[in-house]
Design a protein around this ligand. Structure first.
Ligand SMILES: C[S@@+](CC[C@H](N)C(=O)[O-])C[C@H]1O[C@@H](n2cnc3c(N)ncnc32)[C@H](O)[C@@H]1O
Length: 366
């Protein structure tokens, strides 16, 4: 009898957080096994000294060890290695998102192109509530840039164009996304009430990009997992995730966070796939159908504002009445607001986006 020497591919550690360095961890995974990578790598901020607000309080800046690199060359070497490891595990039609600030995003973009990734878009995440520039010596740094790339030119990457158009009330989704930074109830705190992580990303950002570029059941890997925002949203949306994080304290926070997350029911996870425009669902229909009760309180996705649902499908806030969009825009002091992605309701102690109720109605209509 001949001995079977064929090596079995290692199983994917789905829905777990791998510990240690992301390059080693990715190198231990089977090649071409992952549908999407979302990477929020160290920014290499190169901060010089403390930063203070006008009242002299110290700004909680990103000065952690994991963000320190001695030179651009060392940062570039690191970028090259992790992007290479990421490329090996991506399926041929897989894609990658990287996010960064002006400190690092150009270096990330150049290396993506050097390695043969094919840039599809850069997306500007415009922060609706950025930190002011305390010294008044530069523009307020109010955005971060995301780069979306396929594995190579001509690859058949996933893009749920119609789902995104539906998410944006029938209007094509643009490459500038206005979303608040993570704060309020969403911001995870440690035992001392301090931020559990300095750069926790908002769930709304991950919600949008996962709905846009993955399907339920896809495998999403995040090599810089932090507090596990990618894992939390992937779980809600019925995607499998693999996280990699080298700091134990962040892994613990992420594990606890993800354990408490409830997956949305499968019907609500179906997103628009047809070329047809999605039927319009007035918010009032959610009230008529008893999905939300008059008097029920909605909470903004950023946890900062509340408003009550009225029987006619309008909302009433402290000093404002109107549609979900009008009240959201007023409370944020913004020219417009997509109320569907702005508001959440509470079920079993969790904040659930109201847009899921709309998707549920649309799924019944199809
Ligand atoms: C910008 S933060 C990511 C934050 C995350 N997106 C969130 O929402 O919480 C980068 C994370 O990468 C981790 N990290 C840095 N270098 C790493 C490496 N070589 N391997 C694994 N994790 C690393 C850091 O500990 C940090 O938590």
């Amino acid at each position: 009898m001949t001995k079977n020497t064929r090596k079995e591919a290692p199983a994917l550690p789905l829905n777990t957080i791998m510990s240690g360095d992301c390059i080693e961890a990715m190198n231990s995974l089977p090649e071409e096994s992952v549908d999407l990578i979302f990477a929020d790598p160290p920014y290499n901020l190169q901060l010089r000294g403390d930063l203070h607000r006008p009242d002299n309080s110290k700004v909680d800046a990103v000065d952690d060890d994991w963000d320190q690199f001695d030179s651009f060359r060392i940062y570039d070497d690191f970028t090259r290695e992790w992007l290479k490891a990421a490329r090996r595990i991506l399926k041929p039609n897989g894609a990658i998102w990287v996010i960064g600030s002006y400190h690092n995003v150009f270096r990330l973009g150049a290396e993506l192109q050097n390695q043969g990734y094919w840039l599809l878009n850069d997306v500007v995440w415009r922060k609706s509530n950025p930190m002011p520039n305390f010294r008044g010596k530069r523009f307020t740094n109010a955005h971060e840039t995301l780069i979306w790339a396929s594995k190579g030119e001509g690859a058949k990457y996933t893009f749920n164009y119609d789902a995104l158009k539906a998410l944006n009330e029938g209007v094509q989704m643009r490459s500038d996304w206005v979303l608040p930074i993570c704060n309020g109830g969403e911001r995870l705190k440690d035992e001392d009430g301090e931020k559990a992580h300095p750069t926790q990303k908002p769930q709304s950002l991950l919600h949008r990009l996962l709905v846009a570029t993955t399907n339920p059941g896809d495998v999403v890997l995040d090599p810089f997992f932090g507090t596990g925002t990618t894992g939390a949203v992937a779980k809600m949306l019925g995607r499998d995730f693999i996280g990699i994080e080298r700091e134990e304290k962040y892994r613990k926070v992420a594990e606890k966070r993800i354990k408490a997350i409830r997956k949305f029911d499968s019907e609500a996870l179906t997103v628009t796939a047809s070329k047809r425009a999605e039927p319009r669902v007035p918010f009032g229909q959610l009230v008529e159908r008893g999905m939300l009760r008059p008097g029920e309180q909605l909470m903004s996705m950023n946890g900062r504002h509340k408003a009550k649902v009225r029987a006619d499908g309008t909302l009433i806030g402290n000093d404002i009445k109107g549609s979900i969009h009008q009240v959201g825009a007023h409370l944020e002091g913004a020219p417009s607001c997509n109320g569907w992605t702005y508001w959440t309701y509470q079920r079993e102690g969790k904040n659930v986006p109201i847009d899921l109720l709309r998707q549920q109605i649309r799924a019944e209509m199809n």
